[in-house]
Design a protein around this ligand. Structure first.
Ligand code: GLN
Length: 538
């Protein structure tokens, strides 16, 4: 198996994950089998306990692992279905090393970063090699920026690995920033030179330099980067800010011959990639025939990364309708205390989406949004918390259960229409203790939901603690609240809808469909929602 290690220089948020994923896509389109993984130098065991302010979205895999959002890029750009082995954090590495030490596995020895921590990191690469022997290429992205103290053990492990395998079997692709100084009208190469020098100091020489830049690289800049960073000229790759959509990245990098260069360096014999399908998708995103505006009511609407997969899923679904999309981001708290806010903020949208979330803040504003959508016959899509909100709203304003709430937000409410599962009641630890990962939902025949999916049962990814309280099933049903999907034993509510005789398109799910949408394979719920928004018009 050949290896590409992706490092980042100069600043964070460079789009390293995107560059890695885009490379993965072009290599797959050349017929190669690619496996992708991320090393994260932070000490959290996983990002599941971090706030969106710290970390952006927590991406959930089929096996329930809570991971970095870059794994979302990997799954959306490539055909890979990732597992807990594809995201390694320093927290996991140290936990393992210390467990082994307590077990006596290193008996007699001093336990050190080199070799024990670095061996543990290399072990992970070996593990994936043995799990996926059919893969031709493994792309490993290292989180953080060169020069970070916590990244050092990972870089040292890679240095050893490249030494062991040889430079035709394992290479480093360094993603760096070329700042543009307006006053001088110049792109600057010095920060990149210095970050490569930093890598060389620890024995790593990048073979490929991917340059994030607002402006085109001219021959002079390319030559300078090649000389000072000690990288062949053709391996200096321009990665401009995408004009329209991140999905342009594979096309852009392919035009720069990144995949050719990588194949040459690694001695991979693979035909040029067929990018037609991808190009057609990108064209639909850039030049849509129609347009739709949806209201997105969340709590972290100012943060670009907090709902990453939801925004991407909307893009995929809209493109499949040859439709452009404007996501009107609405801060849930703004809807809370002002009775005119709903009309003002939601008046012009063709549909309302309430995504997942935790904690009480903003909840009442989301209830206002769900009510507005229900009363105005606006298509509604609720994801996880968005389903719980729709349930609370319906119970309060249609079934007249005035104090209806979730245990999470009001543990004293006499009507906890959303409550804790029995098995969650005694859980005190916070790490990886929610209901997580793939489980089956059986759809009720003759529902809008079943029609949208076109299948009798589905497998979806979960990340939540609270559930619909079955005590309220009958009273809700009498009023037109349809349970349209349940766990196979019928005990857990997975999907709900409002009777289509009462409302044209009101669907919500207890899981996260956004983790299974792909550019050319949009998720049915998102696709159905956008279809309904188009039918409604804005
Ligand atoms: N806070 C809710 C729960 O834990 C919803 C979680 C979510 O939206 N991911 O059940």
């Amino acid at each position: 198996m050949k290896h590409i290690f992706v490092t980042g220089g100069v600043v964070s948020s460079l789009g390293k994950g995107l560059a890695a994923a885009a490379l993965g896509r072009t290599l797959e389109n050349r017929g190669l089998k690619v496996v992708m993984q991320k090393f994260d130098p932070y000490l959290n065991v996983d990002p599941g306990t971090m706030s969106p302010f710290q970390h952006g979205e927590v991406y959930v895999l089929n096996d329930g692992t809570e991971t970095d959002l870059d794994l979302g890029h990997y799954e959306r750009f490539t055909s890979g279905v990732l597992t807990k082995h594809n995201n390694l954090t320093s927290g996991q590495v140290y936990l393992r090393v210390i467990e082994k030490e307590r077990n006596g596995d290193y008996l007699g020895k001093t336990v050190q970063v080199v070799p024990h921590v670095t061996n543990e990191i290399k072990e992970r690469i070996h593990l994936i090699e043995s799990e996926q022997p059919q893969a031709d290429v493994m792309i490993t992205e290292i989180g953080g920026t060169t020069g970070d103290i916590e990244g050092l053990p990972f870089l040292e492990a890679i240095r050893q690995f490249i030494l062991e395998r040889g430079p035709t079997n394992a290479i480093v692709m360094h993603v760096t920033l070329l700042p543009f100084i307006k006053a001088a009208g110049e792109l600057k190469t010095k920060p990149s030179q210095q970050s490569v020098a930093k890598l060389r100091e620890i024995g790593l020489q990048p073979q490929v330099l991917v340059c994030r830049t607002e402006h085109a690289l001219d021959d002079e800049i390319r030559a300078k980067l090649s000389t000072y960073c000690n990288v062949p000229l053709k391996a200096v790759i321009e990665m401009r800010d995408v004009a329209h959509t991140i999905y342009e990245a594979p096309l852009m990098l392919h035009r720069e011959h990144l995949d050719d260069t990588v194949c040459e360096l690694l001695g991979l014999n693979a035909p040029p990639p067929e990018m037609g399908d991808w190009e057609r998708f990108v064209k639909r995103v850039i030049n849509p025939k129609k347009h739709v505006k949806v209201g997105f009511v969340g709590k972290y609407t100012d943060l670009q990364d907090a709902y990453k997969s939801v925004y991407e899923s909307l893009t995929h679904a809209a493109a499949s309708h040859d439709c452009g999309i404007t996501v009107q981001k609405i801060d849930a708290e703004e809807l809370e205390n002002d009775p005119t806010a709903a009309e003002r903020l939601l008046g012009g949208v063709a549909g309302v989406l309430v995504p997942g979330g935790f904690g009480e803040r903003g909840v009442e504003g989301k209830v206002v949004a769900a009510r507005y959508a229900r009363e105005h016959q606006l298509p509604y899509l609720g994801l996880c918390l968005g389903m719980q909100i729709a349930t609370i709203e319906f119970a309060r304003h249609v079934c007249h259960i005035e104090q209806a709430n979730s245990t999470e937000f009001d543990p004293k409410s006499p009507d906890q229409v959303i409550c804790l599962l029995e098995e969650q009641r005694n859980v005190k630890k916070k790490g990886a203790t929610m209901r997580l990962g793939l489980s089956e939902a059986v759809l009720a025949p003759d529902t809008l939901t079943a029609q949208v999916y076109g299948r009798p049962s589905v497998m979806e990814r979960h990340r939540h603690r609270y559930e619909f309280n079955m005590k309220y099933r009958d009273v809700m049903a009498k009023n037109g609240f349809v349970i349209s999907g349940t766990s196979p034993d019928g005990k857990l509510v997975e999907l709900i809808e409002i009777d289509p005789k009462i409302h044209p398109w009101f669907v919500a799910c207890q899981f996260h469909p956004e983790f299974q949408s792909k550019p050319n394979a949009p998720h049915p719920l998102f696709r159905g929602f956008i279809g309904a928004c188009l039918a409604h018009g804005s």
